[in-house]
Design a protein around this ligand. Structure first.
Ligand SMILES: [Zn+2]
Length: 691
């Protein structure tokens, strides 16, 4: 995601080169469906023609905007601007869909190339002085707060792009943006391609799960070769009894893009710094926070201090418990190293809570989980879902549902459509995400959104047993979809749920994660796939207790990453010593002994996408926990709070500043109090857990 181009349609796009702007060809006859490119099938040329039609329509909207001769108004200027945004968003979302989901490689490649073209078009628009001057000439409407906010925010984004600079400066800004994009791609590619290998003996693998060992065949000399790919690394750090193997794998993982990325990172930070100073900011962190909820880099430091004060004593207590436990197992141990952290936490959780994550999987077969999540969401958000059996979709496995308003005043109104693309297939993106398909415009265009996941199941004979954390991820992503559908019922396509400030967008979904500790909700769909037995309350209690341990440490770890991401962006990059910064960060936030040779920063990919704004995770956690604390714990779904939440936080979409949404729901700004209770939360014992 791009923090600089504040235009919402870029949210779902990946970092793409913005070079090589292609002038769209004149539009031929209108396509049958101007909203869904996938109905055209798998012909890349047809996709290109379709996208070019959207870009031509965008250009026509801008011409209409510029052709106005009389006084500028919301209707004759902001409206065609929003129409242009809508066309760009539809083009972007459809190109992104083919890039990330199409079966055929040529179609995916075409999707990627078109995303680049669209991104370039967006950059042009963000530096277009005529459009900016036209928008700036619209008197701020007094009786229409949403339109006023839209106008003010759009003008702010324009200024942050540098639209009011002279021609030479704008050309330089554009070149810097291109450079930043290219360096970000190189950084990411070096991480993805930088696989290292570690050799292990049979004895080194002691403690690892049998299926892990079975997947690795020994070489002729009897040794095993492990790589720095995630499936190899995670189990070693959590389960391998050999501290030596854990250290080797930890180091290799954190060195996989070192030294290649040191210069790339320095060049990236330099280009960002140049961009910031050209735009009149002292540092990039000031620029990157200027259009966010947090407002300034100084406020990020304040947030770090506040969360540090709240979490430090809890984290210290948790570490003392962990060290005491480890010392019992291994007398003489004086401290725990960073490469041994996961191992000891895993051992501690097993011993303390007798919880094995594998034991709940049989209660979460995919199909039942999907039904359960739809039912839970329907009750919570006061909507209903109706499967669209004959919907034309991009793959046979995709389910689609129409969403209807089930609130009393809603009178069963159709609100939009969602698509669930939930299982892996060849060529499909490997992540778990949700993305808009169509923005909503009241009376003209219903919002549509999709979930793209890679859960097991979906094939005949495979029950698709899910891990508990996968069930939580499903609900998290589903929360983004509901925010999009409910928040996109207003008059402007650029004010949907996905268009809120980037540092607020995770709050609603993180809030939903907390709901899934509730026994009543989990038991409403958690049933054994063979026996039908309801997920036992005792198992839920153990699971919740195990998950509550380590929250203080988790927050300190988030502050560690937050501080690093901020500090490489709030000072001149020329003299930055990445290793010294890491050391200082470790000393401040980690009780674990650093591992000599750790080059974490060389593969810290958030430095490309989030830049200085890793704090987003911490801020949204604070807000999410505060939101959740407003719900009645004994009646999460059916109490009055759910509807109040829908009205105050989700339905406004981006028609208000996010800070206002928080105040409207809480009656005050967010505070640290709920987070403090959350950290020291002890879940109730099985005997009193509600049914
Ligand atoms: Zn999310």
């Amino acid at each position: 995601m791009s923090f600089r181009t504040g235009f919402p349609f870029l949210l779902a796009s990946v970092l793409l080169s913005t070079a090589g702007f292609a002038q769209p060809k004149p539009a031929p006859a209108a396509a049958a469906d101007p909203l869904h490119a996938w109905v055209l099938g798998s012909d890349p040329a047809a996709l290109e023609t379709w996208v070019n039609q959207r870009l031509a329509a965008e250009k026509a909207d801008l011409e209409k905007l510029l052709a106005v001769t009389g006084p500028r108004t919301v209707e004759n200027t902001l409206r065609p601007f929003d129409d242009a945004q809508n066309e760009l968003a539809i083009a972007n979302n459809n190109a992104y869909l083919q890039y990330s989901l199409a079966d055929a490689a040529p179609l995916r490649d075409k999707g990627q190339a078109l995303l680049s073209t669209i991104s370039s078009e967006a950059t042009d628009l963000s530096l277009n002085q005529k459009v900016y001057n036209a928008l700036a000439a619209v008197p701020l409407p007094t009786g229409d707060p949403a339109a006023r906010h839209y106008l003010e925010r759009t003008l702010l984004e324009y200024r942050l792009s540098g639209v009011d600079k002279d021609d030479a400066t704008r050309a330089a800004l554009r070149a810097l943006q291109d450079k930043i994009t290219a360096l970000s791609l190189t950084f990411g590619r070096n991480v993805a391609d930088g696989t290292l290998k570690v050799t292990a003996t049979k004895a080194d693998l002691d403690g690892l799960p049998a299926d892990y060992v079975a997947l690795h065949k020994p070489g002729p000399d009897g040794t095993y070769t492990l790589t720095t790919e995630q499936p190899d690394v995670g189990p070693v750090l959590s389960f391998a009894k050999s501290a030596d193997l854990r250290r080797k794998v930890y180091l290799a993982y954190n060195q996989r893009a070192y030294p290649a990325n040191v210069q790339v990172l320095r060049d990236l930070l330099t280009a960002r710094q140049q961009l910031a100073t050209t735009l009149g900011y002292a540092h990039y962190a000031d620029l990157a926070t200027a259009d966010q909820m947090i407002g300034t880099a100084a406020n990020v430091e304040h947030l770090i201090d506040q969360v540090d004060q709240a979490s430090r004593p809890v984290a210290a207590h948790e570490y003392a418990q962990l060290l005491a436990f480890a010392q019992k197992q291994q007398p003489g141990l004086t401290s725990i190293s960073q490469s041994d952290q996961s191992y000891w936490v895993e051992q501690y959780r097993r011993a303390q809570y007798a919880f094995d994550a594998q034991s709940v999987r049989p209660y979460f077969p995919y199909a039942e989980v999907q039904t359960g999540i739809l039912k839970t969401a329907a009750r919570l958000f006061h909507v209903s879902f109706k499967q669209v059996k004959d919907a034309q979709v991009w793959d046979r496995s995709v389910d689609s549902f129409d969403v209807f308003d089930a609130a009393e005043a809603g009178q069963g109104k159709l609100l939009g459509r969602i698509y669930l693309d939930m299982h892996p297939r060849d060529g499909k993106d490997k992540w778990f995400s949700s993305a808009p398909v169509l923005p909503g415009i009241a009376g003209r265009q219903l919002p549509e959104g999709m979930l793209v996941c890679n859960f097991s199941g979906g094939a005949a004979g495979d029950p698709g047993l899910m891990q508990y954390n996968e069930v939580v991820v499903f609900f998290h992503e589903f929360g983004h979809l509901m925010h999009h559908i409910l928040g996109s019922q207003g008059p402007w396509s650029g004010q949907g749920g996905f268009s809120v400030e980037g540092d607020f967008v995770e709050s609603p979904s993180q809030m939903l994660e907390e709901m899934f500790h509730d026994p009543a909700i989990l038991q409403s769909f958690g049933k054994h796939y063979q026996t039908g037995e309801v997920l036992p309350a005792s198992l839920i209690a153990k699971m919740n207790a195990a998950s509550a341990y380590g929250r203080g440490r988790w927050l300190q770890g988030q502050l560690w990453a937050t501080t690093y991401s901020l500090e490489v962006h709030n000072q001149a990059p020329a003299g930055l010593d990445f290793d010294a910064l890491l050391k200082a960060d470790d000393e401040r936030f980690s009780p674990f002994t650093p591992v000599e040779g750790d080059r974490f920063y060389a593969s810290f990919t958030h430095l490309t996408g989030y830049a200085s704004n890793y704090y987003t995770y911490v801020l949204d956690k604070v807000i999410a926990i505060d939101f959740f604390a407003q719900f009645d714990k004994h009646n999460l779904l059916d109490g009055p709070t759910a509807m109040r939440y829908r009205r105050a936080v989700l339905e406004p979409g981006a028609s208000k500043p996010a800070a206002q949404l928080v105040k409207d729901f809480l009656g005050r700004p967010q505070s640290m109090d709920a987070l403090k209770s959350w950290m020291s939360e002890e879940f109730q014992a099985p005997a009193v857990a509600s049914k």
